[in-house]
Design a protein around this ligand. Structure first.
Ligand code: FES
Length: 117
């Protein structure tokens, strides 16, 4: 793994979220009070785009059915057995870098191609 630049910090103001891609995978970025977090971009429920979700305190709310995930741990708000992978983030020269496996899909991750049409 290595850090990859994904966005400028100016593009992710506090309280916002964004979807970014590294290789073929999407990731969700969240800026919670100036601290940036990175999570796997697909919701375990049905592959909802977490990068299009909203932040409520330290929870990322999926835009499709409202599941909530802790942005620090990736754990579902009520069921600790449901976890969205999280990734290291660093900020350098006003840019956001995330450390993700290149084109690797986390074990048990739901991707949009898994979702029935
Ligand atoms: S796809 Fe995220 S809550 Fe259902």
């Amino acid at each position: 793994m290595s850090f990859v630049k994904v966005l400028s910090l100016a593009e992710l103001p506090p309280g916002s979220t964004a979807e970014v891609s590294v290789g073929e995978n999407a990731y969700a970025l969240c800026n919670a009070n100036g601290t940036v977090h990175a999570l796997w971009g697909s919701c375990p429920c049905a592959g909802g785009p977490l990068g299009h979700g909203t932040l409520v305190d330290n929870l990322l709310v999926c835009p499709w059915h409202g599941r909530r995930y802790d942005i620090c741990t990736g754990r579902h708000h009520f069921d600790p057995n449901i976890v969205v992978p999280t990734y290291p983030v660093k900020i350098e020269d006003g840019n956001i870098f995330i450390d993700v496996p290149q084109n690797a899909v986390p074990q048990n991750a739901v991707t949009p191609t898994d979702v029935p049409q």
